[in-house]
Design a protein around this ligand. Structure first.
Ligand code: KG4
Ligand code: ZN
Length: 339
């Protein structure tokens, strides 16, 4: 195998059109992210058909920008990585069709990547010496998973959400508070000024020993609180509601993650996905991790939310393990993490 492997990666699973160039799985030469947030904002969430159309408009331009910024041309590429799923079917199809065309045209290997595995791999870019095994909490807009990462491409799925994803709960509560989409970063910001103990929202732990999550009851509790306060004609202190809601989410996330790490005698906890950008979550995990002597890792903000660099990293680690796709590769909108 060549010492230096150049990967071109494409991510279009939701509302970001992104293309990246990586050297050897951990070094980012470019990571171009074109966000459609301003387009979807006016609808209060992502409109799948609009997302697909915007990906088609953007794709070629973003690929060219990624090559230019990395100062390479198509002929320098050794490997093509692309998000296969989970995600929006039409959106994924745009990325996968582009990746296949490039792989076919260049006669280079193609690797279909699980988006969740991509989120985990963002940590390999951020932390150059990080190696599995570790306990991993993945919290994004569409998914909430608690996994034990055994190797770079092998995971044991221990817990997942039974209803809303953590990010989805942030976005729905934000909407009820009159904040714009996506609401997670806004709740995070407001929480810094609010009182996390102002309102006693429920902490949902489910059955004893369960590593699953549930956020829809908490979301309903917030909606009920807002309705009742309005009916009583009392003032709603938005920053206190935000801070109390966030505290209820992060306490459960941290407690279950630390419990799993201790059970598995894990020395490391890794966080991934959009909600891993949450400052309250980061701070609480760091504090409890310090008390328990467990090292905490998370990516920088830009690598937490959707981007192609993380897909390139996962593609590289799959490739060196011999896991290559063929040109029949198809999108899988509900793709599971492999064990
Ligand atoms: O990982 P991601 O970019 O997309 C998915 O794969 O779903 O995550 C997006 C989610 C959104 O729900 C957004 O509100 C949430 O991550 N998010 C945050 C923060 N930044 C992004 N949630 C809480 N605090 C943040 N700082
Ligand atoms: Zn994502």
């Amino acid at each position: 195998m060549k010492k230096e492997l150049i990967t071109l990666a494409i991510e279009t699973s939701c509302d970001e059109t992104s293309c990246a160039v990586l050297k050897n799985g951990r070094e980012v030469l470019s990571n171009i992210i074109s966000s459609q947030i301003d387009i979807h904002k006016k609808f209060g969430g992502v409109v799948p058909e609009v997302a697909s159309r915007k990906h088609i408009e953007n794709m070629n331009l973003i690929i060219q920008q990624a090559l230019d910024e990395a100062d390479i041309t198509f002929k320098d590429i050794d490997l093509i990585g692309v998000t296969q799923g989970p995600g929006l079917v039409g959106a994924l199809l745009v990325g996968i069709s582009s990746a296949k065309a490039i792989a076919y045209g260049l006669n280079k290997p193609l690797v279909g990547v699980n988006h969740i595995e991509g989120h985990i791999s963002a940590n390999y870019i951020e932390h150059k010496n990080l190696e599995p095994p570790f306990t991993c909490l993945i919290v994004s807009g569409g998914h909430t998973y608690l996994v034990q990462a055994e190797d770079y491409t092998k995971y044991e799925l221990v817990g997942r959400t039974r209803d809303d994803a953590a990010g989805e709960a942030f976005d729905k509560v934000a909407r009820a508070l009159g904040l714009s989409y996506p609401g997670g970063p806004l709740i995070d910001k407001l929480s810094k000024e609010g009182n996390p103990n102002a309102i006693d929202f429920p902490r949902v732990y489910l059955e004893h020993n369960s590593y699953d999550f549930s956020f829809s009851g908490l979301k309903t509790a917030v909606l009920n609180y807002l309705n009742q306060t309005k009916q009583k004609k009392e003032e709603i202190v938005v920053k206190d509601v935000a801070a109390s809601f966030q505290q209820a989410v992060i306490e459960v996330l941290v407690e279950k993650t630390i419990k799993l790490a201790k059970e598995r005698k894990s020395q490391k906890i890794v966080m991934a996905g959009g909600v891993a950008a949450n400052e309250g979550l980061r701070n609480l995990m760091m504090k409890v991790g310090e008390d328990e002597n467990i090292e905490i890792f998370y990516p920088s903000r830009i690598l937490c939310t959707d981007n192609a660099a993380m897909i390139g990293s996962a593609a590289y680690f799959n490739y060196i393990k011999g896991q290559v796709s063929d040109l029949y590769l198809n999108v899988v909108p509900n793709l599971e993490l492999k064990g």
